[in-house]
Write a protein that binds this ligand. Structure first.
Ligand code: GNR
Ligand code: NI
Length: 172
């Protein structure tokens, strides 16, 4: 089932999310719903707070080429355990901040640990778009958005645009 994506500004997008203690059917259903919501958007990642759930859960699939095999990835309690000194700049966007973009500098390569959909501990090294995306998603779990890396004036301009968009959406 597709879920609604919250639009910035929303207090739930600023919260630090809670670690998941035990996997449950409800959490697996949430992860499946998030993947469906992400693919439908379409996006390359989605964090639970973006659908209003304040748990440490993200999903991602950064394979964008048409015809390539998808790689739906579910991460509970994801953690960056090592990051390269080398950085990458990417023009980031966010499904909670539609049609707004900004350049963000992040470590180019990160080692990430997480618990997968079956409850198994996983660890992997990510680079390229996967590294950018997984860091963007983990930021969401800590109440941080990509616009928090931009200059205050640019951030304020984007926030005002989103307030206007939300007013218009509410009017229908
Ligand atoms: O779909 C998305 N694209 C994207 C592009 C550059 C950097 C990060 C992202 S993640 C974003 C989906 C989203 O908002 N995830 O939280
Ligand atoms: Ni986002």
């Amino acid at each position: 089932m597709k879920r609604n994506i919250l639009i910035h500004p929303d207090p739930r997008l600023k919260k630090v999310c809670a670690p998941v203690a035990d996997l449950s059917d409800a959490l697996r259903t949430l992860a499946d719903d998030m993947l469906e919501t992400m693919y439908e958007a379409p996006g390359i990642g989605l964090a639970a707070p973006q659908v209003g759930v304040l748990d440490r859960l993200i999903v991602l699939d950064c394979i964008k080429e048409e015809g390539a095999t998808p790689r739906p990835t579910v991460m509970f309690n994801p953690k960056v355990v090592a990051a390269s000194d080398e950085t990458n700049v990417y023009d980031e966007g966010c499904l909670s901040i539609p049609e707004q973009y900004g350049e963000v500098t992040r470590p180019a390569v990160v080692d990430v640990t997480w618990i997968d959909r079956d409850g198994n501990q996983q660890s992997e090294t990510f680079d390229g778009l996967w590294a950018t995306c997984v860091q963007h998603e983990i930021d969401h779990l800590n109440g941080k958005l990509f616009i928090d890396y931009l200059k205050p004036l640019r951030r304020q301009m984007i926030t005002r645009k989103m307030q206007k968009l939300k007013r218009e959406m509410a009017r229908g």
